[in-house]
Design a protein around this ligand. Structure first.
Ligand code: 5GP
Ligand code: MG
Length: 178
């Protein structure tokens, strides 16, 4: 055994090389679209931290970074409440904001987060997600920048967790029993 998790992963969906290519693709798009604008990357913790770290280093433009921890109140989506566990330390008024997500699934959290950020009067808010799971969508939202598309399987690695574990896998895989 070379590590503690290989026996628990059924298959590798995206290798380190696959991920590198996805990040590079999105990085090029952002560098082109935001040239000269110094965007603020809003990283939604914890899942997006690894993607954000690689994404920032693929950008060839100036950018800034800040972090947020949010959660939705389960079963109370219709109230539109988003629970901000940790807010930004940056005033985003007049800024070009790019929300950086690990995976866009139902979109419920991101839908509310986008509305919250827009209420602070930034110049723009766009969504950049490493992965998009369109079959899971329940809210009216789409990402502006997408690394790759996935089906409805539950995936882990490269920031994505199962019960807080597996975030440190360098690749993205499907759990053996999922
Ligand atoms: P939603 O779009 O449903 O509001 O929330 C998306 C969040 O659900 C992601 O940021 C991620 O934390 C979690 N999520 C959705 N699909 C998966 C998955 O396949 N694997 C893991 N580990 N987390 C997921
Ligand atoms: Mg997340």
């Amino acid at each position: 055994m070379i590590n503690e998790w290989d026996n628990e992963i059924g298959s590798v969906l995206f290798s380190e090389e696959d991920i590198r290519k996805m990040v590079e693709k999105v990085g090029k798009q952002l560098s082109r679209d935001y040239a000269g604008r110094n965007p603020l990357l809003v990283v939604v913790l914890k899942g997006s931290m690894i993607f954000a770290a690689d994404l920032m280093r693929s950008l060839t433009i100036h950018c800034e970074v800040d972090f947020m921890i949010v959660s939705s109140y389960a079963g109370k989506e219709s109230t539109g409440i988003i629970n901000v566990v940790q807010d930004l330390s940056t005033d985003i008024a007049g800024r070009d904001v790019i929300i950086v997500e690990d995976i866009l699934d139902s979109g419920k959290t991101l839908h509310k987060l986008k509305a919250l950020l827009e209420s602070r009067e930034p110049s723009s808010v766009k969504i950049c997600t490493l992965l998009d799971k369109p079959t899971g969508r329940k809210a009216d939202i789409s990402a502006d920048y997408v690394g790759g598309i996935v089906g409805d399987e539950f995936i882990v690695g490269y920031g994505l967790d199962y019960d807080q574990k597996y975030r440190n896998l360098p690749y993205i895989g499907v759990m053996r029993n999922s």
